[in-house]
Design a protein around this ligand. Structure first.
Ligand code: SF4
Length: 875
């Protein structure tokens, strides 16, 4: 049976069609009828059927590590929250939510906390990715309202991508941009990013600016537009306010182009080229993401961009506008229901009228009356003991928040930590007193809103695994046990959604942009069959709203858009002589967040298997580092060890590290631990794009490869290790400063009883394999990193129920005699490695079409096209 649902990863919100056979998702494909993706999926979306299944799932409630039933667990949660509330007051409790939750889950969590417990200490991991964009929109438009839609990306004549590696992080949108440019080669694309990323593959101009200088770049653009008579004076006069203040500061601080170019670290000619492109194109979309938001100036970054659109009237029509793109599948839904600590539900604020209005609507007499603690402050309050009970839902702050070791320490001493998750073991759960099993993607039922305000259904494909329950059910059940039955007596997610829709229209009178009141009367059947629709959805726009502000009416008191005066301030985490490198953090193509889900799919490790550090060639020469070496980043907060990737795409003095590796996949691969908890003063968003660290090679006595049968309780405890899951084994890359003997002894002690061990030792080359009852248990090979062969053959041996004598003989060869080496995985969709691609290029395939015809690579999701182009150019 084919069921339509939505991808749970990035904010593009692609529609998915799942083929469900006998309670099993047999395959997934893109939904051709979904406007976001028209049938395409990227590699993460295409792998959704590979991350399902019972392995590693949390299926029963646990209290203090002991499995229990739901009644007992819910009673325990309710009693402990009530006790905390009575003893220490409502503000001693906090909820930390996630952009992975469905809107219905989010709504109920907010309602319980802000309406009935009486505190606004509800924040979300979306604070880490887009809260600065929210401030930007609210300050400019009086509402957290994204004016644009995805079609605008295709209809723009100039697309400015700021701080966005869309090719890897929003791959389907990137493919839409690529296709649009192929159709209209006159379309211009500018990428503004300190790194040369895969996104630059479609760029006409790349400005590799000095990190943290976005405000200056766009304030300079405002001054330039004014100087060159490119302002839309009528628009400014009729539809905006505070223009003079913004222009004055721009003229005072950013009118001198050579100074702007120098501070931004770009050539003057390139700067002028960008400014001219903006000046000469009427249809301009600025598309911005974490590079803009994750800054101590994130809010001003956003407003500096919006100012340029307001000054030229470039918004409110097709192909124009400032477009913040969300990172998570339901970051936008969280914003709608008040998932951020400084918002009430349905885009209302903590003012007297809104608090009263929401309180009356909910029948709540214990409304929070002021903003709660934002993420970083919230965990500070956990550390200081002010917060005594925290409920974390569907997220992993022990890995994702800055200074993450301190987050772990805070959780460790918190009297009550409750974690709801679908996964049995995350780093955060190590500190949980109560673990509640939540439904996973294929079992969830509700709605999500993507980055273009489009609400889509995420439908249950399978029954919940074990005792897992929907988050809304868990929260409502606790609320009822706390004595709030009248307000939480929901039978299904439809009832929650229609209440949420009704609240959005309640006493709205056109004052609040977020309004989906037309959906407040949906029946169960209509909700089940709801097709993707963009808010606002009202009686005057019953089929949704593609684009906002077409009437130039904004949601400020004057109904005019506001310019926000902005001026450049340096990033807080400046390099010093002890910490000389700037550390940029970000996502990679095939992984998601802290790997809790994507870490279950073997195929998603083929593109990048280990944590890495991208380093500029010049720095690598200075530090005597080459690609494949291990390097150690040091900061007073901690250490990060990863594989070096020397790159000409990196600016000198700057490093890039991925955010994904948690403590279960690498010894010291959590880069967030090195980021200082510095935040934007308006949004509270951490400055995760501008850390600092010292660097040195990681010198090991020996390096090698270890593979251990899945299910064996073994994890290296010393040195560097990075784990790569295989079908029947865990593969570890090892490098240790301790003698090899210690590792062999640990392996033998823990894994070898009743096992025959085959060993070979020749000079420094040591290899051993342990076979138990005919099955391969573990294999250790000590050899230089660049001599580790592909492990496909070895992985196959672990899957065999009985090795033949000949296979046992071959084990220490590591390859079974096979010489196949496909090289680094480039096209994950069709499993095409770099070596096969290079061979085809050498044999005459000189363009994408001929490579696709021969190897299929690049012909599905297209995420690998930038890398294919690089190989073609190099070949
Ligand atoms: S672009 Fe990829 S990860 Fe994002 S929603 Fe679409 S399929 Fe999912």
């Amino acid at each position: 049976m084919k069921n339509k649902t939505t991808c749970p990863y990035c904010g593009v919100g692609c529609g998915v069609v799942a083929d469900v056979q006998n309670n099993h998702v047999a395959s997934v494909a893109g939904d051709t009828s979904h406007p976001a993706n028209s049938g395409k999926l990227c590699v993460k979306g295409s792998s959704l059927d590979k991350v399902l299944g019972a392995t590693g799932r949390l299926t029963q409630p646990k209290v203090n590590g002991v499995t229990t039933d739901w009644d007992s667990a819910l009673n325990e949660v309710a009693e402990q929250l009530l006790r905390t509330m009575m003893t220490h007051g409502p503000d001693a409790i906090a909820f930390y939510l996630s952009g992975q939750l469905l809107t219905e889950d989010y709504y109920v969590a907010n309602k319980l906390m802000k309406g009935f417990i009486g505190s606004a200490n509800v924040d979300t991991n979306s604070r880490l990715c887009m809260s600065s964009a929210v401030v930007g929109y609210k300050r400019a438009f009086g509402a957290d309202a994204v004016p644009c839609n995805y079609e605008d990306l295709e209809r723009a004549d100039l697309l400015v991508l700021v701080g966005s590696n869309a090719a890897w992080n929003h791959p389907i949108l990137f493919q839409r941009m690529r296709h649009a440019k192929a159709q209209r080669p006159e379309m211009r694309i500018v990428v503004i990013d300190p790194r040369r990323t895969a996104t630059c593959d479609i760029a006409d101009l790349h400005l590799a600016i000095q990190p943290g200088t976005d405000v200056l770049l766009f304030t300079g653009l405002l001054a330039y537009l004014a100087k060159h008579d490119a302002l839309d004076e009528t628009f400014i006069k009729q539809h905006t306010e505070q223009f003079d203040a913004a222009l004055n500061i721009a003229n005072d601080t950013a009118a001198h182009l050579p100074s702007v170019a120098q501070t931004c670290g770009v050539e003057l000619a390139a700067l002028e080229q960008f400014y001219q492109l903006f000046l000469t194109h009427h249809k301009v979309v600025s598309f911005y993401s974490q590079g803009v938001n994750q800054s101590s100036q994130g809010s001003n970054n956003a407003n500096a961009i919006i100012n340029c659109h307001l000054a030229t009237g470039r918004l409110g029509y097709a192909g124009a506008g400032p477009f913040s793109i969300t990172g998570q599948p339901n970051a936008m839904g969280g914003r709608e229901v008040g998932g951020l600590a400084n918002q009430l539900a349905a885009h209302m604020e903590f003012n007297e009228q809104d608090v009263d209005r929401v309180g009356r609507f909910w029948g709540a007499y214990n409304m929070a009356t002021q903003e709660g603690l934002k993420a970083v402050d919230m965990f500070d309050a956990v550390a200081s003991g002010k917060i005594k009970a925290i409920w974390i839902m569907g997220t992993n702050p022990a890995v994702s928040l800055p200074k993450s070791d301190a987050i772990c320490a805070a959780l460790k001493q918190c009297p009550l930590v409750i974690v709801s998750d679908c996964i049995a073991h995350t780093d955060t759960q190590d500190y949980a007193d109560i673990c509640l099993p939540a439904t996973g993607w294929s079992e969830k039922d509700g709605t999500v809103t993507n980055a273009e305000r489009r609400i889509s259904r995420q439908r249950a494909l399978l029954p919940p695994l074990g005792e897992a329950k929907p988050d809304w059910w868990i929260i409502s059940s606790v609320a009822k046990r706390m004595g709030f039955s009248h307000a939480f007596d929901y039978k299904n997610p439809r009832q929650i959604f229609t209440e949420h829709a009704a609240l959005s229209g309640f006493e709205n009178h056109g004052q609040r942009c977020f309004n989906i009141s037309q959906l407040a009367q949906l029946s169960d059947h209509e909700y089940e069959h709801l097709t993707p629709i963009q808010w606002p959805v009202t009686s005057t726009s019953p089929t949704g709203t593609a684009r906002l502000f077409t009437d130039h009416r904004y949601f400020t008191p004057s109904h005019k858009a506001r310019f926000i005066p902005t001026s450049q301030h340096a990033a807080v985490q400046q390099p010093t002589s002890e910490l000389p490198y700037i550390v940029n953090t970000g996502r990679i193509r095939d992984q998601w967040h802290t790997m809790a889900i994507t870490g279950r799919a073997e195929g998603l490790f083929q593109h990048r298997s280990e944590p890495f550090i991208e380093i500029a060639t010049q720095d690598a020469i200075k530090e005597q580092i080459k690609t494949g070496d291990l390097i150690e980043l040091r900061h007073p907060q901690g250490v990060y060890i990863a594989r070096a990737q020397v790159s000409d795409d990196q600016r000198v003095g700057e490093l890039f590290a991925p955010i994904h590796w948690n403590r279960q996949f690498a010894s010291q691969g959590n880069i967030s631990n090195l980021i200082e908890p510095v935040v934007d003063p308006y949004s509270g968003q951490p400055e995760s794009k501008h850390g600092r660290a010292a660097l040195k090679p990681f010198t090991a006595q020996w390096q090698g490869l270890l593979m251990v049968r899945s299910g064996c309780k073994y994890q290296p405890t010393t040195g560097y290790w990075a784990r790569v899951p295989k079908a029947a084994a865990n593969q570890y890359y090892l490098a240790d400063q301790q003698p090899l003997d210690a590792t062999i002894a640990a392996l033998s002690a823990q894994l070898s009883p009743a096992t025959s061990v085959i060993e070979s030792s020749d000079n420094d080359i040591y290899r051993a394999a342990a076979v138990k009852n005919g099955q391969l248990e573990w294999l250790l090979a000590v050899l230089p990193y660049d001599q580790i062969p592909p492990t496909d053959w070895l992985a196959e041996q672990f899957a065999k129920p009985q090795l033949t004598h000949e296979e046992e003989q071959w084990l220490l060869s590591l390859s079974g005699g096979s010489q196949d080496d496909s090289g680094a995985m480039i096209c994950s969709c069709f499993q095409v490695g770099a070596n096969a691609i290079k061979n085809s290029i050498e044999a005459g395939c000189k363009d994408l079409d001929s490579l696709a015809a021969q190897l299929k690579c690049g012909s599905n999701c297209g995420s690998c096209i930038p890398e294919l182009n690089q190989l073609i150019a190099a070949g």
